[in-house]
Design a protein around this ligand. Structure first.
Ligand code: ATP
Ligand code: MG
Length: 460
C-alpha cells in the first residue's frame, strides 16, 4: 500500500477540513505506485479556483489552464524565516473538469467544470494517469494499476477518439513509454498510426517540448524507433526518417549500420543529459544522404557531409523553434563533429578547434563523439580520444586572449600610476605576446615582475 508524503497529505487535509473532496492524481500517483521519485504533485477537487485560493495563502491562479498553483517551501527546520524559505516545488490543484469538443485537435473548445471525480478521470489521457488517491483509497476505474503492472500504455476510452480530440497525446504516449520502458498497447498503437498526420496541427513548440522529453528519457533511442514505426517521426524529423535508406557498409569502412540506425545508436550511447546535445547527436550525420557517393569498387564516401548536415541542423532549429542559443549550439556541434583526434596535430590546430566550437561546448562535442563512436560499434575507450581530451585541457591552460592573463588593466594602472588610457592596452598586449610565445608564464607574480621591467624600459 502506498502513502502520501506529509506535504501532499496536508493539501488534501486542508481541502477535506473545509468540506471538499480532494485527491492526488495523474503522474504523481502513477510514479508513487511505481516506487519512483515524485515531483510536481497534481490534485483534483470539487472546490472552485476561488475556494482553493482562499484556503491556501501561498497560492496563485493560472488562468490559462484553470489551475491553482501552491508554492511548497523548503523545510522550516532548515530555513530561518518560513515566508522567505526557498520555493522547492509547485503543487497544482485543478477543479474537476470534463472537456468536450476538440474542433482543432488541440484545445478543448470549452473547458467545463465537472461535478464528479469520475468525470474528471474520464477526460484524462492514459489509464496509468487516471488513478486518484486521497490517502486512504485508490480510485482506479480504468484498471490503471493492471496496466502499470503489465507495463502498458493504453488510452482511457476509445483510442481513435482520444487522439482525434488531442493529437499531442500521441507524443505523450511515446514519452511515457520512453520514460518508463513500457510498450504501447495494440489498439492504442493502431490508433496512433491512423492519426499520425494530425501531428501537423500541433504547434512546433509543443512538439519540441515533448520531443525533448523523449530524447532525455531512459529509453530515448528505442522511443525514436517507436516514433518511426508509428509514422510520427516523419512529422518531426523527416530527414531522419529517410536516412534509414542510406547504407554505409562498404569495403575499407568500419560502418556496420545504415545512417538512420547509426543515428539512433549514437543517441543511445550519448552520455549527455542536455536535450540539444542529444538532438545534435541524433542528427549529426543527416548530411550523409545528400553527399552519398559510391565508386566502381563499391567504396562509399560522404565528403563534406558535416557542411550539408549543418544546413539541416539550421532547418531543424528553426522548425522546432529552438532559442537562438540552442540553434547555435545545434549548428556548431553538427558542423564540427568530424574533428580529428590525431595525436600529430599541433597546438595551434587544437586552439583553432577550441575557438570554432567554443570552450563552453567542448564537453558537449566530446559527448557527441562518444555517442558517435559507440553507436558505430567501436569500443568504449580510445587512447587517442583520451589523449586528445588531455591535450585540449593543457592547451586551454594557456591564455587565448589578453583577458585570460592573470593580471588586468587595474594592475597596470596601479603599477604605472596612470589613469585609463592607451598605455594599458599596450602593456597587456606586450605581456600577452610573451606568454603566447612561451617565454613568460601566465603567473601573476611573474607577470607583475615583468610589468615592472617593462615600466623601467618604456618610461625611463
Ligand atoms: P510528468 O511526470 O511528466 O509530469 P504527468 O502524468 O504528471 O507526467 P502532466 O503533463 O503533468 O503529466 O499532466 C498531469 C496529468 O494531467 C496527467 O497525468 C493526465 O492525467 C492529465 N493530462 C495531461 N495532459 C493531458 C492531455 N493532453 N489529455 C488528457 N489528459 C492529460
Ligand atoms: Mg506532472
Amino acid at each position: 500500500m502506498i502513502s502520501l508524503p506529509q506535504s501532499a497529505a496536508s493539501v488534501i487535509n486542508t481541502l477535506h477540513d473545509a468540506g471538499f473532496e480532494a485527491y492526488a492524481v495523474g503522474g504523481s500517483i502513477r510514479d508513487l505506485l511505481l516506487g519512483m521519485e515524485t515531483k510536481g504533485w497534481d490534485f483534483t477537487t470539487n472546490a472552485t479556483p476561488e475556494e482553493i485560493l482562499a484556503l491556501f495563502p501561498d497560492s496563485f491562479y493560472d488562468n490559462l489552464f484553470g489551475t491553482v498553483g501552491i508554492k511548497i517551501r523548503k523545510s522550516f527546520d532548515t530555513a530561518q524565516d518560513e515566508q522567505k524559505a526557498e520555493i522547492e516545488d509547485i503543487y497544482e490543484i485543478t477543479t474537476y473538469r470534463s472537456e468536450e469538443g476538440y474542433e482543432d485537435h488541440r484545445h478543448p473548445d470549452k473547458i467545463s467544470w465537472g461535478k464528479t471525480l469520475q468525470e474528471d478521470l474520464a477526460r484524462r489521457d492514459f489509464t496509468i494517469n487516471a488513478i486518484a488517491f486521497d490517502g486512504k483509497e485508490l480510485i482506479d476505474p480504468y484498471d490503471g494499476q493492471k496496466d502499470l503492472h503489465n507495463k502498458c500504455i493504453r488510452t482511457v476510452g476509445a483510442a481513435t477518439e482520444r487522439f482525434a480530440e488531442d493529437a499531442l497525446r500521441m507524443l505523450r504516449a511515446v514519452r511515457f513509454a520512453a520514460r518508463l520502458g513500457f510498450s504501447i498497447e495494440d489498439d492504442t498503437a493502431k490508433a496512433i498510426t491512423l492519426h499520425a498526420k494530425s501531428l501537423t496541427k500541433i504547434s512546433a513548440e509543443r512538439i519540441r517540448d515533448e520531443f525533448f522529453k523523449i530524447l532525455t528519457a531512459t529509453h530515448a533511442a528505442d522511443a525514436v524507433l517507436v516514433l518511426k514505426n508509428l509514422g510520427l517521426l516523419f512529422y518531426i524529423l523527416p530527414e531522419l526518417e529517410t536516412s534509414f535508406a542510406t547504407p554505409q557498409k562498404s569495403p575499407k569502412r568500419h560502418h556496420i549500420y545504415d545512417v538512420g540506425t547509426h543515428s539512433v545508436m549514437a543517441l543511445k550511447h550519448c552520455p549527455s543529459a542536455d536535450p540539444v546535445v542529444r538532438l545534435a547527436t541524433l542528427i549529426h550525420d543527416l548530411g550523409k544522404p545528400k553527399t552519398f557517393r559510391q565508386d566502381s569498387t563499391g567504396l562509399i564516401t560522404f565528403y563534406n557531409h558535416e557542411v550539408a548536415g549543418a544546413h539541416i541542423a539550421k532547418d531543424v532549429g528553426k522548425r522546432l523553434r529552438l532559442s537562438k542559443k540552442q540553434s547555435d549550439l545545434l549548428y556548431t556541434l553538427v558542423r564540427w563533429h568530424q574533428f580529428s583526434v590525431d595525436e600529430r596535430q599541433t597546438d595551434s590546430a587544437l586552439r583553432r578547434f577550441i575557438r570554432r566550437v567554443g570552450k563552453e561546448n567542448l564537453s558537449h562535442i566530446l559527448a557527441l563523439r562518444i555517442g558517435d563512436r559507440l553507436g558505430g560499434g567501436a569500443t568504449e575507450t580510445s587512447w587517442r580520444l583520451e589523449l586528445y581530451k588531455k591535450r585540449l585541457e593543457e592547451v586551454q591552460l594557456q591564455p587565448f586572449t589578453v583577458s585570460d592573463l592573470h593580471v588586468n588593466g587595474h594592475d597596470v594602472m596601479a603599477l604605472y600610476g596612470v589613469p585609463p588610457g592607451r598605455i594599458i592596452g599596450e602593456v597587456l598586449d606586450a605581456l600577452f605576446a610573451e606568454v603566447e610565445a612561451g617565454s613568460l608564464p601566465n603567473d601573476r607574480d611573474a607577470l607583475l615582475k615583468r610589468m615592472e621591467e617593462l615600466k623601467k624600459t618604456t618610461l625611463h
